[in-house]
Design a protein around this ligand. Structure first.
Ligand SMILES: C[S@@+](CC[C@H](N)C(=O)[O-])C[C@H]1O[C@@H](n2cnc3c(N)ncnc32)[C@H](O)[C@@H]1O
Length: 273
């Protein structure tokens, strides 16, 4: 079999294969139900907030319905949310004008000099998604002083990296790394087995992820098993932990892994100073 093409952004994301790009409302409803049941759905935002100074520039990569970016904006940060699924971004846009929302494929970030121009180039950058950008330039310009970065922190929560198009992970991580400020942080949380993913098996492991980050010029800073900062370790096997970040997209399988291996990881990588 041929090696995956790490440069072609125009392939279908795993998320799109799962949802056909129509799950925005359903996804938001699921988190609303969790919140109503008393589950903390803001663990990712709280975790990121704890890593950066006030009023940081934050990119929510694969922002979905805006759960993380909206909370971070409420906490005082200047946030941009990027997602390729119009149904998800439509919900985000309805929910908050405090974040700058950008419809784009993360695989294209490396090539785009100016995110603020994305509403002009969105057709070219979203092969296969024929919805026009719902975001007008004046609206975005009015709400975001930090659309292009560089970003103090980029967060990819909710299995985003595991749900990219197969073979584009290295290119996406390169693009994200280029958007980071010196010493900036890339924070990503994703499942390591089927129990923590909406997939039959993990598409890659932490060694692959760390390798892509290293190739992108990033260094591993910290790693946890949950967004509440529980260390990765033999005791971390609680698949039902509400704050793994899989409330809306976790799988129900029971993938094979050693009994003492964590099923989820939150990784913090740092750009050079
Ligand atoms: C499970 S949702 C997580 C949404 C959000 N981060 C959260 O935690 O609630 C995964 C998201 O990743 C997005 N995604 C996957 N691949 C992408 C890509 N190449 N470019 C932009 N967004 C992508 C999907 O469109 C989807 O909204």
């Amino acid at each position: 079999m041929d090696a995956p093409d790490q440069t072609n952004p125009s392939v279908t994301t795993r998320w799109e294969s799962l949802t056909a790009g129509r799950s925005g409302r359903r996804y938001a409803d699921r988190f609303a139900q969790l919140a109503a049941a008393g589950v903390d759905v803001h663990g990712e935002a709280a975790f990121c907030h704890g890593l950066v100074p006030a009023e940081s520039r934050i990119l929510d990569a694969g922002c979905g319905t805006g759960r993380v970016a909206i909370r971070l904006a409420e906490l005082g940060h200047r946030c941009v949310g990027v997602d390729a699924d119009p149904s998800m971004l439509e919900v985000a846009r309805d929910r908050s004008a405090a974040v700058s929302w950008v419809l784009a494929d993360l695989a294209d970030l490396a090539d785009l000099a100016d995110l603020a121009d994305l509403d002009n180039s969105v057709g070219a950058n979203l092969a296969g998604l024929d919805a026009p950008s719902p975001f007008s330039r004046p609206e975005r310009a009015a709400i975001s002083p930090a659309t292009d970065g560089p970003f103090d922190l980029i967060v990819a929560a909710g299995n985003v990296i595991a749900l990219l198009a197969p073979g584009t992970e290295a290119a996406v991580l390169c693009g994200l790394a280029r958007r980071l400020a010196p010493d900036g942080l890339l924070v990503a949380g994703f499942g390591l087995d089927a129990a923590h993913l909406p997939l039959p098996a993990a598409p890659f492991g932490l060694m692959d992820y760390d390798g892509w980050c290293t190739a992108a010029g990033l260094t591993l800073d910290q790693r946890f098993a949950t967004w509440q900062g529980i260390p990765v370790g033999p005791d971390e096997t609680d698949d039902d932990h509400p704050d793994h970040g899989n409330g809306g997209d976790g799988g129900d399988g029971g993938g094979e892994r050693p009994a003492d291996a964590p099923g989820y990881a939150v990784s913090v990588h740092r750009a050079s100073a």
